[in-house]
Write a protein of this length. Structure first.
Length: 240
């Protein structure tokens, strides 16, 4: 019902600084269109696309493409959604947005805002293998129900190092985590050789500087903080 995942939309006060950071990590830049009037760029590692928006009034969001968006408005309203905004007209770029039960914005846009990347998913960045967008969720049940009504499959993972709910789909996976463990939306990656990954990051001038969740502090784990504040959590792969 949400359509196809487009990007994790990020607000940055300095798009050049953010671009330089993700470029050092080994992300590739995609060709963007003219949907947005503000400075806009997209970077990808082949699995996750990050949309950088230099616009102070733009809200961070998990963004999906829903063609013919206006035709689907009634069915979305029937779910009881309370829209934060509805921009639907012949002379604007059609988009709607609402907050999930945890306060995270979900945005639907009518068309792609950048060209598909030719980068392959096996061509990993220095962050390793992208797993999911991790969102703090005070109520696992309410958040899980919200994502499941859009076709995501929710799976409880109470015995994981960081207990969470995995909400999976064919285009993006969303993880729901206790706010005590993750205080802000976070990009989760696995690396095959943790020490080698840290060395390669150090070689390009990037040092972990974020708060590692408590349960992970006794194992190899690190948090990178992008210039605009995005958190990137690195942990070793099961056999790493």
């Amino acid at each position: 019902m949400l359509g196809r995942f487009l990007e994790f939309s990020i607000v940055t006060p300095d798009i050049r600084a953010s671009l330089d950071f993700y470029d050092k990590l080994g992300f590739s830049q995609a060709e963007v269109g003219e949907a947005w009037s503000h400075p806009y760029a997209v970077l990808t590692d082949g699995r996750i696309c990050l949309g950088l928006h230099q616009q102070s009034t733009f809200a961070p969001s998990t963004t999906f493409v829903k063609p013919e968006l206006l035709k689907h408005l009634d069915s979305l309203e029937q779910l009881g959604l309370k829209f934060e905004f509805r921009r639907l007209a012949s002379d604007v770029f059609n988009e709607i947005g609402w907050l999930d039960p945890s306060g995270h914005l979900i945005r639907l846009v009518e068309a792609r805002t950048f060209s598909p990347s030719k980068r392959k998913a096996i061509d990993r960045s220095l962050c390793g293998y992208f797993l999911e967008i991790a969102l703090p969720a005070p109520s696992f049940g309410a958040a899980k129900d919200h994502w499941e009504q859009f076709g995501f499959v929710g799976m409880d993972e109470p015995d994981a190092m960081l207990p969470h709910v995995s909400c999976t789909s064919d285009t993006i996976d969303i993880g729901l985590y206790q706010p005590a463990h993750l205080q802000m939306p976070t990009l989760l990656f696995e690396v095959d050789d943790f020490n080698d990954s840290l060395a390669r990051l150090d070689a390009v001038g990037i040092t972990p500087n974020g708060r590692v969740p408590g349960p992970l502090r006794q194992m190899p784990a690190a948090v990178l903080t992008a210039p605009e504040g995005t958190a990137i959590l690195l942990s070793p792969a099961p056999d790493g």
